[in-house]
Design a protein around this ligand. Structure first.
Ligand code: TYM
Length: 329
């Protein structure tokens, strides 16, 4: 089977609906066709300040959500990035072949420092994409399923792997991004012009996977729409309704066309109730299962340790090849 690699940051207490629909649901479907590695990228999370005790809990909580969301840890390798030392080591090697200008062109760094300024940002936040390249290259990855916000980082990874192979001899597999279904792009319920993101100013527009079902339903019923009253997809004129249609489509498996035909004319109240019901039906069992798994942290830790050993075996072999190719060791 071809090798697949992807990951998420443990930087909040719960995944949001964007991570769930935009990534986790699609990863789950890909497990059958790929030899998959899914990581919890805690080394990426510390590029902005984290409370150590909280971070430790968030790593476990994310692991539980992966499993509850359908990642099968016996089939796919689900592990924590910092448990495998090779990530940080390869990141250093790759940083020496990355141009400062090249790294400066990464838009995520520019976006993340737009408010606070670059002076206050950590060097780790700047070199974040190089660590991501190390993640991907250590596992001889062929495909990397990500949302389009991460595409530039996968392109950098391709450039670095080709450059390394050319300079030092064939060492890395050159990966390809698989951009996840753009219909799976989820927007903030209160501000449907921006992506649903944990860094939003208010929590009201974010559906957290671990929210109580009643809270989830309330957030969806309070979603911002428009005054026109018709239910159809139109991103420019009707971003709120279009987002809700996308959410309903992802949670029911029905097409947006089908859904707008059914709901148009019924009014926003009935439509929002249907969306709320569908989201709760999808998320409530995942939430329940997550809480069950979290009730036995020792078992989760055991599983993560076993999977880290599996990951390290692959990663260490690749790191050794890279070191030798560069004349080290
Ligand atoms: P992260 O943790 O920001 O996001 C995880 C995944 O969720 C997708 N996503 C969304 N999809 C749809 N709608 C949204 N509103 C939404 N918000 C987030 C993201 O596109 C992503 O696929 N740098 C990565 C983590 C990473 C990684 C890697 C990924 C580290 N190393 C190696 C792939 C391969 C990140 O911060 O994702």
């Amino acid at each position: 089977l071809p090798r697949l690699y992807s990951g998420m940051q443990p930087s909040s207490g719960s995944l949001h609906l964007g991570n769930y629909i935009g990534a986790l649901q699609q990863w789950r479907a890909m497990q059958d066709d790929y030899d998959a590695f899914f990581s919890i990228v805690d080394l990426h999370a510390i590029t902005v300040p984290q409370d150590p005790a909280v971070l430790r809990e968030q790593v476990r909580t994310l692991a539980a959500q992966y499993i509850a969301g359908g990642i099968d840890p016996d089939r796919s390798c689900l592990y924590v990035q910092s448990h495998v030392g090779a990530h940080a080591q390869l990141q250093w090697l790759l940083s020496t072949i990355t141009g400062f200008g090249e790294a400066s062109r990464m838009t995520q760094f520019k976006d993340k420092t737009a408010k606070g300024g670059q002076e206050a940002a950590s060097v780790g936040l700047f070199t974040y994409p190089i660590l991501m390249a190390a993640d991907i290259l250590l596992y001889d990855t062929q495909v990397v399923p990500v949302g389009d916000d991460q595409k530039q980082h996968v392109e950098l990874t391709r450039d670095l792997s080709e450059r390394f192979n050319k300079r030092f001899g064939k060492t890395f597999t050159v990966p390809k991004p698989v951009i996840l279904d753009s219909g799976a792009r989820i927007y903030d319920l209160q501000n449907p012009a921006s992506k649903m993101s944990k860094s939003a100013e208010t929590d009201k527009g974010i559906v957290w996977l671990l929210d109580e079902p009643a809270r989830t339903a309330k957030k969806i019923r309070s979603a911002v729409t428009d005054t026109e009253g018709s239910i159809r997809a139109d991103k420019a004129e009707k971003p709120g309704v279009t987002n809700l249609l996308g959410i309903l489509s992802a949670t029911t498996g029905r097409s947006v066309d089908d859904l707008s035909a059914e709901f148009d004319g019924q009014g926003y109240g009935a439509f929002k109730t249907a969306v709320a019901d569908a989201v709760v039906a999808e998320l409530a069992p995942v939430r329940e299962r997550t809480l069950e798994l979290l009730a036995d942290p020792a078992e989760l830790d055991r599983l993560l340790a076993a999977n880290a050993d599996r990951a390290a075996e692959v990663a260490d072999a690749t790191l050794r090849r890279a070191l030798e190719a560069m004349g080290l060791r």
